[in-house]
Design a binder for this molecule. Structure first.
Ligand SMILES: [Zn+2]
Length: 318
C-alpha cells in the first residue's frame, strides 16, 4: 500500500479531440493545414484556406454567386422532376430519398441550369449540386445538361458546366446510364453549331459524368487537387492488384498526363473563364475602367490577346 494517497479527485482528463472542439459554425478548421479561420472570412474567401489555399467543399448556391456575375443569373428548368421507373427500394424507397434531398438541397435535383454572364460574357451555364444525392446523374440531370447545350445553340452563346458528381444514379438503372449518350449527343450538336464549351471539373468528378461530357470540353479546367476519373483509385487498385502512383487521378496528375488543360484556383476562376470565353467567342474585351473597378490585374491582361487568338480558335474549324 502506498504511503501517500491523493485526497482530492483527479482533474477530469480532456481528450485531444475535446481540446480542439470549437463552437459549431463560428470557426472552421482547415482539413489540410489545421488552421482555424473565422467561418465568415473563409466564406468570403470562397472557402479557400487563407494559409494553405486548400479548397474546401463549397455549397452550390455560393458557387453560382461566385462564378456568375451578380444580377445576371436566371435559373431555368426547375420544373423537371425525377420519376421512379423501377419502383426502386433499397434501405429506403427512391421517392423518399428524392423528397428528402429536395428538402435539404433544394428543388432542382442534382443540377442547376440557367443563363447568365461570366465576367461579362453571356453563357448557358450548368452547375452540379453535389449536396443533392452526391451530384448523381439520373434522367433529370441528363435532361438539364442536354438543355444547357441546346440553350447555348438557341441563344448562340458558349456553354460552361461545373461538374461535381459521384456518377450515374443507380436508382434509375439503365435510364441513368443512357444520360451519358444523350448528353454527349447534345454536346456534339453544340460543336456542329460552332460554339465553344468549357468544362470545369470540381472535386470529385467521377463515374458516368467523367466518362461523358465532363471530359469533352473544348477546354477542360480543374480545381486544384480535384479527383477526376471514372472508377475510384481504391477500386482500380483492387482490380489490377498494383500500387497506384502518388497523386493518381488528382487534377495535378491529370494535367501532367494531358487529361486537363489547366488547373485554376477558385479565386481566379471567374476572371479566367471570362478571358477564355472572350478568346473563344471573339466577344469584345472589357473596358479597362470596368476591370480597374474590380482591381483584377490578370483579367485586364488576358482580353488584350483576344483578337489574335480568336481566328485560331474559330469554332468553324474542325
Ligand atoms: Zn489550410
Amino acid at each position: 500500500m502506498a504511503w501517500w494517497r491523493r485526497k482530492k479527485e483527479p482533474l477530469e482528463r480532456t481528450s485531444a479531440e475535446q481540446k480542439v472542439s470549437l463552437p459549431k459554425g463560428l470557426w472552421s478548421k482547415c482539413d489540410a493545414c489545421g488552421e482555424i479561420t473565422y467561418t465568415d472570412e473563409l466564406v468570403a474567401n470562397l472557402r479557400v484556406c487563407p494559409v494553405c489555399a486548400h479548397h474546401h467543399p463549397m455549397p452550390t448556391r455560393e458557387r453560382i454567386a461566385a462564378m456568375v456575375d451578380p444580377e445576371t443569373w436566371e435559373e431555368l428548368d426547375l420544373e423537371i422532376r425525377s420519376g421512379d421507373p423501377l419502383g426502386f427500394h433499397d434501405k429506403a424507397p427512391y421517392r423518399d430519398r428524392v423528397a428528402k434531398a429536395i428538402r435539404t438541397a433544394g428543388p432542382g435535383d442534382a443540377f442547376a441550369s440557367g443563363v447568365g454572364e461570366i465576367d461579362g460574357v453571356a453563357a448557358s451555364v450548368g452547375f452540379f449540386v453535389f449536396e443533392f444525392m452526391g451530384g448523381s446523374m439520373g434522367s433529370v440531370v441528363g435532361e438539364k445538361v442536354t438543355r444547357v447545350f441546346e440553350r447555348a445553340i438557341d441563344r448562340n452563346v458558349p456553354a460552361v458546366i461545373f461538374s461535381a458528381s459521384g456518377g450515374a444514379r443507380m436508382q434509375e438503372g439503365i435510364l441513368s446510364l443512357m444520360q451519358m449518350a444523350k448528353t454527349v449527343a447534345a454536346r456534339s450538336r453544340l460543336r456542329d453549331a460552332g460554339l465553344p464549351y468549357i468544362s470545369v471539373c470540381l472535386h470529385p468528378t467521377t463515374g458516368g459524368v467523367a466518362a461523358s461530357f465532363a471530359m469533352l470540353g473544348d477546354i477542360i479546367l480543374a480545381e486544384p487537387k480535384a479527383l477526376v476519373g471514372f472508377a475510384g483509385p481504391r477500386v482500380i487498385q483492387q482490380t489490377i492488384g498494383q500500387e497506384l502512383p502518388t497523386g493518381f487521378q488528382r487534377a495535378e496528375f491529370l494535367l501532367e498526363h494531358g487529361m486537363v488543360d489547366r488547373i485554376v484556383g477558385r479565386l481566379e476562376l471567374r476572371e479566367h473563364l471570362g478571358a477564355l470565353l472572350r478568346m473563344l467567342t471573339g466577344a469584345p474585351a472589357r473596358a479597362a475602367s470596368e476591370v480597374a473597378d474590380e482591381a483584377l490585374p490578370e483579367a485586364a491582361q488576358a482580353p488584350a490577346q483576344a483578337p489574335a487568338e480568336t481566328s485560331a480558335a474559330s469554332p468553324a474549324e474542325p
